[in-house]
Design a protein around this ligand. Structure first.
Ligand SMILES: [Zn+2]
Length: 177
């Protein structure tokens, strides 16, 4: 499926997840609703970072910009880690590991852990690197973390799953992404 199809289905699924989060009281600001919808749409595009496409070009342009900022501000360790992680979609063939079902819960979880570690909510006395190397400690020490991030995690997993389902439903367009 072409990226536009994934973008549309991901945004639609994101609106559903955001509505559920809003109605169940897990998201109460417009920013949260937009972030939930956006994350779902972004994860509906993520698996196809493994193939030359417009989203892929933009992802790596933005990533290059972020790395320049990190390096310029002396955060070379963070830049190295982010650079390494951003390479991962490229180390396999198209529809390789990014299109495996095990990746659906795992990739969003990794993003969530990094997000929590970079967030202001790193447990007191813990550095970013300690938090990244010991994500379980972060999750345990960070009271309420799981509930705070639950709607965002649900949005990422849903977007990812919607992509893999769409690819499966429309195998004729396999080569298109
Ligand atoms: Zn795909």
């Amino acid at each position: 499926m072409l990226y536009r199809g994934h973008l549309i289905s991901g945004t639609a699924a994101g609106a559903v997840v955001a509505s559920v989060a809003f109605l169940s009281g897990r998201a109460d600001t417009i920013e949260q609703v937009l972030v939930i919808t956006g994350l779902c749409a972004a994860f509906a595009l993520f698996p196809d970072l493994d193939v030359a496409s417009i989203p892929q070009r933009w992802f790596y342009r933005v990533m290059a910009g972020v790395l320049v900022v990190l390096i310029a501000s002396g955060r070379t360790g963070d830049a190295a880690l982010l650079g390494l992680l951003s390479l991962l979609p490229l180390i396999d063939h198209h529809r390789g590991w990014t299109h495996r079902w095990w990746a659906v819960p795992i990739v969003p979880l990794a993003v969530l852990i990094l997000w929590a570690a970079f967030d202001a909510g790193i447990p007191a006395g813990m550095t970013t690197h300690e938090a990244i190397s010991d994500p379980v400690a972060v999750l345990l020490l960070q009271g309420g973390l799981a509930t705070t991030y639950l709607p965002f995690y649900a949005a990422m997993v849903t977007g990812y799953a919607v992509h893999l389902l769409s690819d499966r439903i429309r195998p004729r367009l396999k080569r298109a992404g």
